[in-house]
Design a protein around this ligand. Structure first.
Ligand code: CP
Ligand code: NVA
Length: 321
């Protein structure tokens, strides 16, 4: 029996994590078993059953968009792992003055042990990963939000014990959060149903990729009618209608998404045990009603807390505790 305070390798990854040194640019960068193992390690870290010491490793945060949860949870996760974070906001580094990513990534690789990057284009993230010799983590791009999806499925697992065979319905914009839910859900054997107005579907390429990755009998569907989207689902999920970078489309999107508010009427169509999820920040009265987000089915603050635990597990696996 291991001492709970002894530094030890991540659960299920063996003495040297199979993830050590790798990047997480997409939910699809993890295999099904790696995804499950990260959730198991996050559970152990959350319960205090396991502690991991990274011995002073440094995570650089390069955030070109606003963030509360991701920034703070990565910072606290590194502190709990005995490491630290450096805030490398592009507005205070030479990146903001046009220094090439190729140079920045190689320089930062000489100082830091990993980089967590929040930006617009997935291609920019991929360019950092290409030039960096240290793990690069997607902390949200316009295409994906893989750390969010890990926390979401940990929250679903906590509510139901196991996730395979469950149905998660996401109603709203087919955006970065929807894409990572589709890919991560597929790997975990969860049926993922995306309900959205015509014209706001997830990327066709991500849809095909998720269907190809789907484990067991899991299905990945897109539907265009709100009640059909949520029927008998075990989790109802929504996100903002206008993501960061789409602020000028807010008014048009509010019109396009009329009838797509995750409200009491939609919740009544779901499984009687259904939980409600939202990555936050939320706009009450737009994509979700105040009653539903504050209601007894809501798990949004557990979900936000779980960002800390899954990212602690991820950092431990990538950096080798
Ligand atoms: N859910 C999420 O990523 O929140 P932040 O934008 O606050 O990091
Ligand atoms: N889709 C949202 C998620 C925020 C966490 C955005 O990209 O702004």
């Amino acid at each position: 029996m291991e001492s709970p305070s002894a530094p030890c390798p991540p659960s299920g990854f063996g003495a040297q994590s199979a993830l050590q040194g790798r990047d997480l640019l997409s939910s699809a960068d993890l295999s099904a078993s790696e995804t499950r193992t990260l959730l198991a390690l996050a559970t152990e870290l959350k319960s205090g059953q396991r502690q991991i010491d990274l011995g002073g490793k440094v995570l650089g945060l390069i955030f070109s968009k606003a963030s509360t949860r991701t920034r703070v949870s990565f910072t606290v996760a590194m502190a709990r792992l005995g490491g630290q974070t450096l805030d490398l906001n592009p507005s205070v580094t030479q990146v903001g003055r046009g220094e090439p990513i190729a140079d920045t990534a190689r320089v930062l690789s000489r100082y830091c042990d990993a980089l967590a990057i929040r930006t617009f284009a997935q291609e920019e993230l991929a360019e950092y990963a290409h030039w960096a010799s240290i793990p690069v983590i997607n902390a949200l791009t316009d295409l994906e939000h893989p750390c969010q999806a890990l926390a979401d499925f940990l929250t679903l697992q906590e509510a139901f014990g196991a996730v395979d065979g469950l149905t998660l319905s996401y109603v709203g914009d087919g955006n970065n959060v929807a894409h990572s839910l589709m890919l991560c859900g597929a790997l975990l054997g969860v049926n993922v149903r995306i309900g959205c107005p015509v014209g706001f579907e997830p990327s066709a390429a991500v849809l095909s990729q998720a269907r190809a990755l789907a484990q067991g009998q899991a299905t990945i569907e897109v539907v265009h009618e709100p009640l059909a989207a949520v029927r008998q689902a075990h989790a109802l999920y929504t996100d903002v209608w206008a993501s960061m970078g789409q602020e000028q489309e807010q008014a048009d999107r509010e019109r396009a998404f009329a009838g797509w508010c995750l409200n009491e009427e939609l919740l009544a169509e779901a499984d009687s045990r259904a939980i409600v999820l939202h990555c936050l920040p939320a706009h009450r009265g737009e994509e979700i009603s105040a009653g539903v987000i504050e209601g007894c089915a809501s798990r949004v603050f557990d979900q936000a807390e779980n960002r800390l635990h899954v990212q602690q597990a991820l950092l431990a696996a990538l950096l080798g505790g």
